[in-house]
Design a protein around this ligand. Structure first.
Ligand SMILES: [Cu+2]
Length: 157
């Protein structure tokens, strides 16, 4: 009988401990929110061997400016971080950049006709409904894996 009682106490103790540790991570996740978040990633649908782009919003919830320095993905032969710029005479061009900075406690939107991750030479058709992964690398050593759905992009008139 004494054994059962102590077993019950032990179970209760374990249960209480579990509840406590459940509280812990919940609080911690609120704290770790002060990091980097990648919101609404998407890839523009395109055919094999074509080029397309990956877009998202980077929210920098840290006290320091950070920079996206590299993106890796199996989706295409080459992956580059690009910016769009005015060539003059109403012409727009795009070019590779070494990094894209995101201000402390700020965000930056990667979108068509702006910053984007250029996917050059797709290894397969990239169709709506599919999802592809990529890894984002930041100058502070952070590495974030994302999963981006494919969407058909129509230029707004
Ligand atoms: Cu580009």
């Amino acid at each position: 009988m004494k054994k059962i009682a102590s077993a019950i106490i032990l179970i209760l103790m374990v249960f209480t401990a579990c509840q406590k540790s459940e509280d812990g991570p919940a609080k911690k996740s609120a704290e770790t929110k002060s990091t980097i978040e990648i919101n609404s990633p998407w890839i523009r649908a395109a055919a094999k061997n074509m080029n397309t782009a990956l877009f998202f919003e980077i929210a920098n919830n840290t006290e320091n400016e950070i920079a996206l320095v590299k993106v890796e993905s199996e989706i295409s032969k080459v992956v580059e971080v690009h910016e769009t710029f005015e060539k003059g005479e109403d012409m727009m061009g795009m070019r590779q950049v070494d990094e894209v900075t995101i201000p402390a406690n700020g965000s930056r939107l990667f979108k068509p006709m702006s910053f984007h991750v250029m996917l050059i030479g797709l290894n397969q058709d990239v169709k709506e409904g599919e999802t592809y992964s990529a890894n984002l690398f930041f100058d502070n050593g952070s590495q974030i894996a994302i999963s981006a759905p494919v969407k058909v992009f129509e230029m707004k008139k």
